[in-house]
Design a protein around this ligand. Structure first.
Ligand SMILES: C[S@@+](CC[C@H](N)C(=O)[O-])C[C@H]1O[C@@H](n2cnc3c(N)ncnc32)[C@H](O)[C@@H]1O
Length: 297
């Protein structure tokens, strides 16, 4: 068995840990430079550790090197940060393998692959497509390519997170999201990437206000990826009842510990519809690094 330590105990590191093959890999724990993430001397997890992420220990980088793992998997997706951690490992005299998750992640993407498989199964389902939270259109262009005949409604402020949504984030400690995060994009940049832009309908501005006028539409596919509680809950309320039977919703960041509001919003929406006599949501986790989950109508 190959012994691995994941460098970085953040959301991406935890997502990578969930993807490990327990038949081939012995996961020793995480290494992190932030002492607030370290396991207490009595073995207990730090106060803010999310219990759904298991109880694997978090060490300082030096302590993790002393465990003599065969490999460090560097989970930082930012190349500069990842390079700095690789340097730090060498300074700590680690001579084993150093694998960069960003190299693997850029070439392989479970969410895109699933989208392709799901699109094939949707051919008999009538309705439009939509994405709430488009950012630079990384998923939107693929939806447009795979379903070129469907109208595709694209919702985003294109100015990043809106202060109005952050009140709930702070009040319930759901994330440390900041206003303007994800603002480095534009409608033009996104439309340039579209294979069939004539079918794309940009709804720029704060969701759910931008859904006005679409009340009579029905949908076959929705990507729900705003990252925050308020638009995610509003998105469930608007889209779920309008998805045709057999249609699909992909919820991004559902199990991302950085954006805990999304899971909470889906759970709260499910609780609400169940209390009204509807069936629970049929949810399947994708196990990808985005922490996505698929809901089948
Ligand atoms: C995680 S990013 C989306 C990533 C994108 N789906 C992808 O696959 O690359 C979240 C996006 O949601 C947008 N967003 C968040 N809250 C919103 C709201 N209330 N109305 C409109 N857009 C919102 C942000 O501006 C940001 O671009």
């Amino acid at each position: 068995m190959k012994k691995i330590v994941i460098a970085g105990a953040g959301a991406t590191g935890k997502a990578a840990a969930r993807l490990m093959n327990p038949n081939r890999v012995e996961f020793l724990g995480y290494a992190d430079n932030d002492p607030d993430t370290w396991t207490e001397p009595d073995g207990s997890m730090p106060k803010h550790w999310d219990s759904s992420d298991g109880r694997m220990p978090v060490f300082s980088v030096q302590t993790a090197v002393e465990l003599k793992p065969d490999e460090f998997l560097i989970s930082a997706l930012d190349k500069e940060r990842a390079r700095a951690i690789a340097e730090q490992l060498k300074v700590c005299r680690f001579y084993g393998d150093i694998v960069q998750l960003h190299d693997i992640n850029e070439d392989f993407d479970i969410r895109s692959r699933c989208l392709r498989d799901l699109a094939e199964r949707l051919t008999d389902v009538q309705g439009d497509a939509a994405e709430v939270g488009v950012y630079r259109g990384d998923l939107a262009w693929q939806i447009n390519e795979l379903m070129p005949e469907r109208d595709l409604y694209l919702f985003d402020t294109f100015e990043g997170f809106d202060e109005a949504d952050l009140v709930t984030e702070r009040a319930y400690a759901l994330s440390n999201a900041e206003a303007g995060e994800f603002s480095d994009t534009s409608v033009g940049d996104v439309l340039c990437r579209m294979i069939n832009p004539i079918k794309c309908h940009i709804r720029k501005g704060h969701f759910p206000e931008t859904s006005e006028g679409l009340e009579n539409k029905k949908f076959a596919f929705v990507s729900m990826d705003p990252g925050l509680y308020e638009p995610a809950f509003a998105g469930m309320e608007f889209f779920y009842p309008r998805i045709n039977e057999g249609g699909i919703m992909i919820v991004g960041n559902f199990s991302n510990t950085r954006f805990r509001g999304v899971r909470q919003a889906v759970r709260d929406y499910e609780r609400k519809i169940v209390s009204e006599g509807e069936a629970p949501l049929k949810m399947v986790p994708l196990g990808d690094l985005h922490g996505s989950c698929v809901i089948i109508k």
